[in-house]
Design a protein around this ligand. Structure first.
Ligand code: FDP
Length: 324
């Protein structure tokens, strides 16, 4: 079986990027180990502190953030990091070539129920003229991403990653500690009969999303003329993994409750890396109005509405927004 290193070289990734990815994944392997220890490791449950977005941090979030922060800071390849668990950008090595944005533990409310969680990351070049702790260095659209992926901590630990030459899936071989290629050049089916959305928020969505989901639920008695199934893991990393594996549409749309917040999911370390993976696998990712990867970030914790997955289904959903 092919190892991660060989695939990265075959995809033409520069050596320093390969070394950075390997460093990041060494941190993820440690997180994977701690996650698998569960309650035995004494790491589950809430800390009393809250992160910048006002959510209660779980211990595992904090531990995972620390693991990644330490390993990336020491590596020398990274100029700065931005993390869901850090209020501000963390400056690393002044000569580092890369910027890394990450959500150390996505879907963290799943930790206490022993369900899917994961680490999401994206890597861009670091502008050399900026100070290491300058947050504006991170204000680059997703089209500038050089590598993005997630590590899913599930029954097996899996990595989905792209350096811009297709999306590949690897599985962690815990016997020797390496990621082995288990699916090269993933292709998201263009059509689907499956969707994924937290429908308890339905009354707060804008009209286009209301209409679109109503038509899906109407099944073969409605305008779509076919029945749809619904799946919701409650962790974006788990839902997107399913969509990469067998197609589907995932949405976390704009919510009218707080018009100042454009959606729930964060652009830099959730929406962008997932859009990159989905597009590299032949799928599509949009806010409803435009391609997510073209959104120009205004701040590091910015949120965006997200609709992504099987290309034809995403395009159908967008037609409802066009009628707005
Ligand atoms: P979580 O807050 O548990 O970390 O990152 C946001 C996220 O998880 C996504 O992974 C997930 O899709 C979504 O929130 C679920 O949130 P709701 O239960 O509020 O819909």
């Amino acid at each position: 079986m092919k190892r991660l290193n060989s695939q990265l070289q075959e995809d033409g990734a520069p050596m320093e990027l390969i070394l950075l990815i390997r460093t990041l994944l060494a941190g993820c392997k440690e997180i994977s180990f701690r996650v698998s220890q569960g309650a035995l490791a004494g790491v589950l449950g809430s800390l009393l502190s809250e992160n910048v977005q006002g959510e209660t941090q779980k211990k595992l979030d904090v531990i995972s953030n620390q693991i990644l922060k330490d390993i990336l800071k020491e590596s020398g390849y990274v100029k700065a990091i931005s993390s869901e668990e850090e209020d501000d950008v963390v400056g690393c090595h002044p000569e580092g070539k890369y910027l890394v944005s990450f959500d150390p533990l996505d879907g963290s409310s799943n930790t206490d129920i022993n369900s899917l969680i994961g680490t999401i990351f994206s890597i861009t070049h670091a502008p050399q003229w900026m100070e290491a702790d300058d947050p504006s260095a991170f204000l680059q659209p997703g089209t500038q991403i050089v590598a993005a992926g997630y590590v899913l901590y599930g029954p097996s630990t899996m990595l989905a990653m792209s350096t811009g030459r297709g999306t590949h899936i690897y599985t962690l071989d815990k016997t020797h500690g390496g990621f082995l290629l288990t699916e090269a050049n993933v292709e998201v089916p263009e059509q689907t009969k499956e969707f994924s959305i937290n429908s308890s928020n339905q009354r707060h969505w804008e009209e286009p999303m209301q209409n679109y989901i109503n038509d899906l639920i109407a099944g073969d008695e409605g305008p779509r003329g076919k029945n749809f199934n619904m799946r919701w893991v409650g962790a974006m990393v788990g839902d997107i993994h399913r969509i990469l594996s067998r197609g589907g549409l995932f949405a976390y749309p704009f919510d009218k409750r707080n018009p100042k917040i454009a959606g729930k999911l964060r652009l830099l370390y959730e929406a962008n890396p997932m859009s990159f993976l989905i597009e590299q696998a032949g799928g599509a990712a949009t806010t409803g109005d435009r391609r997510i990867l073209e959104v120009m970030p205004e701040e590091i914790h910015q949120r965006v509405p997200v609709i992504m997955g099987s290309k034809e289904e995403v395009e159908t959903c967008v037609t409802y927004y066009a009628k707005k």
